[in-house]
Design a protein around this ligand. Structure first.
Ligand code: CDT
Length: 309
């Protein structure tokens, strides 16, 4: 029996450094309304959706907190998004920079249900980039300076008729992210991303950025029999270009919808949450086929070591 879930991804074009949060929220509300009108029950917004991708700028932690972090959620500036979602009866995933009451900083996403309740929170675990200043680089990637490693694991919530999990951007490149959620019977993974088009560490053909993004989504969707809904913030933020390529990928590993622009754009699929059932019951029936006794090294080693043979 099909189990349909109206699923939208709302890609954002650039959010420049001087753009206000209120302006970003207005754009999110417009896209939420479009998603709802097209039949969506859940809409996925990008990573750090309220501000520019600020880890590209060298500054102190205090400056970053003052300009870019949210000490509470919802807060008065973001409340219109919660109000619109509740009015339209649609849930959402939203990424933002979280400042906790203990003054800890996380790159966070929340899952809000169709009644306006925050039902889940995820704090980004795979933080890419560096913590030191690289003055020779065209831009910085300071996630390791501004954020602590997430301390709440990869969880899955049963809400809005599906088992829904969350991760953020760089997490999508790691198979462990999705397998941990696959082991919780995940049916939909929501994720937001900001992926710079240029590699500051070595010279890489630019087309590989999009290829590796889609490859990661498609492989992990198939191998874990899950839908993946991925929302970019793309285009040139103050001249710093990021890929678009927002996509909804099915448990078959196929791209069901993909953004065509690098601007604000809503994509939609009436997604059958039961589509992964055959995979879950057969080729990827974990209980029958997994051999964790041979996966010990995954837990024991962090970095690659000597061959065991
Ligand atoms: N935001 C984020 O995690 N960006 C990283 C950039 C790393 S470059 C390969 C990403 O994985 O897209």
């Amino acid at each position: 029996m099909p189990r349909k879930l109206g699923l939208a991804v709302a890609q954002m074009g650039p959010v420049h450094r001087t753009d206000s949060r209120a302006a970003a929220v207005k754009r999110l509300v417009e896209m939420l309304n479009e998603a709802a009108s097209r039949g969506a029950r859940v809409v996925v917004f990008p990573e750090l959706a309220l501000t520019t991708f600020f880890p590209r700028y060298w500054m102190s932690e205090e400056e970053a907190v003052a300009q870019f972090f949210e000490p509470s959620m919802p807060n008065p500036v973001v409340q219109p998004l919660f109000d619109a979602a509740k009015k339209r009866g649609i849930g959402f995933y939203l990424g933002f920079a979280e400042l906790t009451p203990e003054q800890e900083r996380y790159n966070t996403s929340i899952l809000v249900d169709d009644k306006g309740n925050i039902v889940g929170r995820y704090r980004k675990i795979h933080l890419p980039g560096h913590a030191d200043h690289k003055p020779a680089a065209p831009f910085q990637h300071l996630e390791k300076k501004f954020f602590a490693v997430g301390n709440e694991g990869f969880k899955v919530w049963n809400t809005m008729g599906a088992n829904i999990g969350m991760c953020i951007c760089n997490d999508r490149r790691w198979p462990e992210t999705f397998r941990v959620m696959g082991l919780q019977s995940v049916e939909l993974v929501c994720l937001g991303f900001n992926t710079p088009s240029h590699n500051i560490h070595w010279s890489e053909p630019p087309h590989l950025r999009m290829f590796h993004h889609l490859l990661s989504l498609q492989a992990n969707a198939y191998q874990n029999a899950t839908w993946i809904a991925a929302a970019a913030k793309g285009g040139a933020e103050d001249g710093f270009h990021m890929i678009g390529g927002s996509a909804i990928v099915s448990p078959t590993g196929e791209i069901a919808a993909q953004a065509l622009t690098e601007d604000d754009e809503v994509i939609f699929v009436n997604a059958d949450m039961a589509l992964g059932d055959n995979f879950r019951q057969n080729v990827f029936n974990f209980a029958v086929h997994r051999r964790p006794e041979h996966y010990q090294l995954i837990i024991e080693r962090v970095g690659a070591g000597k061959p065991l043979g």
